[in-house]
Ligand binder design. Structure first.
Ligand code: CA2
Length: 144
């Protein structure tokens, strides 16, 4: 099973600031967690992070026919990007949305998710472990 893990703007800054909200673990820790999950679960996980909306849209479009599922944390684009939502709809691949923080307990503007209107599940507030949970959910549901 091939899963694409997409991360939006500033996720590469994890661990550098705002540990009270996002925890102390770094982006490198997230990559290591994904690598370990891929090994343990015998899955092919490809990670892509970008600070650019169009680059994320390009990756989602290119995933069609290549990946079996998508795990996406669109970061700030969660709350603004109809383009990411439309790309997910166009690619039509099963997708789970992940948020490191509990967006529902934060500012009202973080409680709107465009990507979430496509994703079949949202995991929020579980820190980096949320990514593993998303991968395991997709494996259980769509893995052979
Ligand atoms: O909780 C999440 O995973 C978010 O998607 C993270 C985004 C935020 O805009 C969303 O509302 C919720 C932010 C990504 C990381 O931003 C940082 C900001 C300062 C220092 C380190 C990372």
């Amino acid at each position: 099973m091939k899963i694409l893990v997409l991360n939006g703007p500033n996720i590469n800054m994890l661990g550098i600031r705002e540990p009270g909200i996002y925890g102390k673990r770094s982006f490198a820790d997230l990559l290591a967690l994904l690598e370990q999950t891929a090994k343990e679960e015998a899955l092919e996980l490809t990670q892509f992070q970008s600070n650019h909306e169009g680059a994320l849209v390009d990756q989602i479009q290119a995933a069609r026919g290549v990946f079996d599922a998508i795990v996406i944390n669109p970061a700030a684009y969660t709350h603004t990007s109809v383009a990411v939502l439309d790309a997910l709809k166009a690619a039509a691949i099963p997708a789970v949305e992940v948020h490191i923080s509990d967006v529902d307990a934060r500012e009202p503007f973080r409680q709107i998710s465009y990507a979430g209107m496509y994703c079949e599940k949202t995991i929020k507030g579980h820190g980096l472990e949320g990514y593993r949970e998303a991968v395991l959910y997709l494996k259980e549901k769509y893995g052979s």
